[in-house]
Design a protein around this ligand. Structure first.
Ligand code: NDP
Ligand code: ZN
Length: 370
C-alpha cells in the first residue's frame, strides 16, 4: 500500500514488548514540522542492538517504552522537505541519521561538541519532544529530524554500508578518537582491547586500525577468530576460560566494551590487563536489570577507570565518514527487504548472534510505495 505522505508516515512498529521481535505495519502522524527540520524518505536502515533492547522494554530490555514504537536508527535516505531555516542540506541530498534526532544546540555541552550529552536530547525513536510527541524511527517510510543531526554522506560510500556507520560506526569512533592515547613514547603503538565482536565491535576493529592503534578482539568463544584477523585485528583472545587475562597483564591502553550483555564479562579480569591509568570504556548497554560486579581493589591495583560513552558528535560523524571513505572501512552487512516477516526474522537472528555482523533493511520503496 502507498503511504499517505506528508499527512502520515508508515512503519513497522513494536506493539507489545512480549512480542518484541514481531513489528506490525502501522501508520502514524509525524511530529510538528519545525523550522530546522528535514523529512527523509528512507532508502535503507540498519538493525542495531539498541533496537532489540528498546523493543524488549521492561522485559529484560531498557525499561518501559511508548507503544506502538517504530525502532531503527541507522537511516539513509533522501531529503524531500526542508524547513525555512535549513541551511545544511538541499532537497534531493542523500543524508544519514543516527540515534539522535534533536539537541538544543544552545547549552554548554552542545556548544563544545558534546551535543550527544545535551540534556534536551531527543533520540531518534522513543524520545520525547517538548510538546510530548514521541519520536518514531527508521523501520519506516520517512523520518523527520533536526538538520544538524543529519549527516552528508560521501558519494564513495554505498547506502547499505553508510547506514551502519550512522550509529554503530559513530558510537565506536567517538571514544576511540577521544581515548586512544596520543602521547606514548616514540615507537610504542597503542593497544586497544575490543570486547564483543558484533555490529559495533567489528567496526571498532577497523576504525581502531585506521586511527593508528592495534586492535585485539576479546570474544566469548573462538568462533570469530578467523574473521577478526580478516577485519584487521592484531590479536584474538577467547574469554571463555578461567585465567585468560593472566598473559595480558599490563598490556592495554584502552578497553572498548561493545558487548550487549554482562553475563559473559569478568570486569575485574578485564581491568587487570590495563596499563596504569588505563580506561575501560563501555559503549555496550545491557538490560536495565544488570549491574557491574567489580571490586574497588581492582582499580587500586592500577589506577584504572570505568566509564561509558554515548553516540558521538556531528563533527566526529563528518570525520568518520571521511575516514571510512579514505580507508575503505566497510561494515559487513546482510541485506533484507523490509517487511513484517523479515523484521521478525532479522530481529530474532540478531538477538541470537546469527549475523556477520549487521542486518540492513532495504527495498523501502516497495514496502511503502515511495
Ligand atoms: P550485537 O548483537 O551486534 O553485538 C553484541 C556482541 O556482544 C555480540 O556479538 C557478542 O560478542 C557480545 N555478547 C552478546 N551477549 C553477551 C553477553 N551476555 N555477555 C557478554 N557479551 C555478549 O550488538 P550491537 O553491536 O548492535 O550493540 C552492542 C551494544 O551497544 C548494545 O548494548 C547496544 O545497545 C549498545 N549501543 C550503544 C550505543 C551507545 O551510544 N553507547 C549506541 C549503539 C549501540 P562475542 O560473541 O564476540 O562475545
Ligand atoms: Zn544503534
Amino acid at each position: 500500500s502507498k503511504v499517505n505522505y506528508p499527512e502520515e508516515f508508515a512503519g513497522f512498529a513494536i506493539v507489545d514488548t512480549k512480542e518484541w521481535n514481531k513489528p506490525k505495519y502501522t501508520t502514524y502522524k509525524p511530529k510538528e514540522f519545525g523550522d530546522y527540520d528535514i523529512d527523509i524518505e528512507i532508502e535503507c536502515c540498519g538493525l542495531c542492538g539498541s533496537d532489540i533492547m528498546t523493543a524488549k522494554g521492561g522485559d529484560h530490555g531498557w525499561g518501559s517504552i511508548t507503544l506502538p514504537q517504530v525502532v531503527g536508527h541507522e537511516i539513509i535516505g533522501k531529503v524531500i522537505k526542508a524547513g525555512p531555516k535549513v541551511s545544511l542540506h538541499k532537497l534531493g541530498d542523500r543524508v544519514g541519521l543516527g540515534a539522535q534526532a534533536f539537541a538544543c544546540l544552545d547549552c554548554n555541552r552542545c556548544k563544545h561538541g558534546n551535543e550527544q550529552y545535551c540534556p534536551h536530547t531527543v533520540t531518534t525513536y522513543d524520545g520525547v519532544y517538548p510538546d510530548g510527541y514521541v519520536s518514531q524511527g527508521g523501520y519506516a517510510s520517512h523520518v523527520r529530524a533536526h538538520e544538524y543531526m543529519c549527516f552528508p554522506i560521501p558519494e564513495k560510500l554505498d547506502s547499505i554500508h553508510a547506514a551502519s556507520l550512522c550509529c554503530a560506526g559513530l558510537t565506536v569512533f567517538s571514544p576511540l578518537k577521544r581515548y586512544i592515547p596520543k602521547n606514548l613514547p616514540e615507537g610504542q603503538v597503542p593497544k586497544v582491547a575490543i570486547v564483543g565482536l558484533g555490529g559495533l565491535g567489528h567496526l571498532a576493529v577497523q576504525f581502531c586500525k585506521a586511527l593508528g592503534a592495534e586492535p585485539y578482539v576479546f570474544s566469548r568463544t573462538d568462533n570469530k577468530k578467523e574473521q577478526s584477523f580478516e577485519l584487521g585485528a592484531t590479536g584474538f583472545v577467547t574469554t571463555g576460560t578461567e585465567g585468560w587475562e593472566k598473559p595480558f597483564f599490563d598490556q592495554f591502553d584502552l578497553i572498548l566494551n561493545c558487548a550487549i550483555g554482562l553475563s559473559g564479562l569478568n570486569i575485574d579480569a578485564f581491568l587487570s590487563i590495563l596499563k596504569v591509568e588505563g580506561r575501560f570504556c563501555s559503549v555496550g548497554l545491557p538490560a536495565v536489570d544488570e549491574k557491574y560486579n567489580v571490586s574497588p581493589f581492582t582499580f587500586f591495583g592500577n589506577g584504572s577507570c570505568l566509564c561509558s560513552s554515548a553516540l558521538g558528535s556531528r563533527e566526529e560523524a563528518v570525520e568518520l565518514f571521511q575516514m571510512a571513505a579514505e580507508n575503505n572501512i566497510v561494515p559487513w552487512v546482510e541485506t533484507v527487504p523490509i517487511s513484517e516477516e523479515n523484521c521478525q526474522t532479522a530481529l530474532t537472528r540478531a538477538w541470537d548472534g546469527d549475523v556477520r555482523y549487521r542486518f540492513v533493511f532495504t527495498e523501502f520503496d516497495k514496502a511503502f510505495g515511495t
